[in-house]
Write a protein that binds this ligand. Sequence first.
Ligand code: AMP
Length: 397
Amino acid sequence: MNVLVINCGSSSLKYQVINSDTEEVLAKGLCERIGLDGRLVYQKAGCGKEITEADMPTHKQAIQMVLDALVNPKTGALKSLGEIDAVGHRLVHGGEKFACSAVLNDEVLQAVEECCDLAPLHNPANLIGVRACQELMPDVPMVGVFDTAFHQTMPEKAYLYGIDYDYYEKYKVRKYGFHGTSHSYVSKRAAELVGKPYEELKTIVCHLGNGASICAVKNGKSVDTSMGLTPLEGLIMGTRSGDIDPGAMEYLAKKENIDLEGVMAILNKKSGVQGLSHISSDFRDLEAAAAKDDKGGIRALETYIYRVAKYVGAYVAAMNGVDVICFTAGVGENGPDTRKGVCSYLGYLGVKLDDAANQVRGEEKVISAPDSKVTVLCLPTNEELAIARETVALTGK
Ligand code: AMP
């Protein structure tokens, strides 16, 4: 069957059509600047990218353009829209309501709506995408796959914050974690690659992209992860600070004479390796700068790597050991220097990197030496494929 996978943000939308039998991507692309001037990127498998600048004032119009491109008689990947059997939507926050993916009926959508408070930037945009697809394809089943769902197996001691328990009971203030679809996909694939049962393995997945998080997966279940109530907690990211003393927020607000919103804007958009380096949030720029002895580039990379290594250590403690460490997402898949830097802190675990193997970019590969006590993998994530699989599992005949 063919699954249309949609990842809808507030002004952009990524899509893929995946044949779930062969797991081939038939077409993919994105809509950008929705509500502004509009730009559609469309790419059929084996063909070049087509770029169309066109007005797309609403998400519904953007999705209509995607559907038109998919059935375009010349370059379309499908003969008719009847060939789309189901739609899988990436949904960011499922709160405590969703420990797994769900078919999107009215009741489920109401529950997703109720999670908007927890992710005011993401869930409303995701829901706009769902509603637009429902209007354009009323008879096609839709499935929601939540970024938070995989982490619902975390024990209470891992997800509670050290604050008055009333705030958990009243407002559900706790750690939820994100990138769950990626952590689940990568940890399962890691078990296949090392040829051991998923249910018997202790794995640490380092999802190091523009957003970054680490997950401890014990016996097939997420037992801890670095992002929290929001994606701001944990690792240092492209522009997000990650962990910071909450007291620093008050101090900063007073010194800069800004309100909470101003502080949050700093922590989300002007921090991370961008803020540390004053160069860029992109690791390619940072590595180029560091190679020229630029202090900002070196400072950002060293601080970033140190934080990742500290979290790995914490999760080894949480699981009382580790069998496999995986590096995934933009930096994890393409950054030999970052992987090497993190592993340089892990000698006490018996981690030994194979320097030649570690030169790999964007491919599944064992990058540890044969006598390493822990297997280290470069393992590209594939959230779209994971969403398509979930969609088929819930809607397939
Ligand atoms: P993602 O959010 O997973 O798409 O990751 C995006 C980030 O990956 C970019 O901002 C870069 O910092 C990083 N990245 C992509 N390609 C490379 C590369 N060849 N070397 C180092 N970092 C890379």
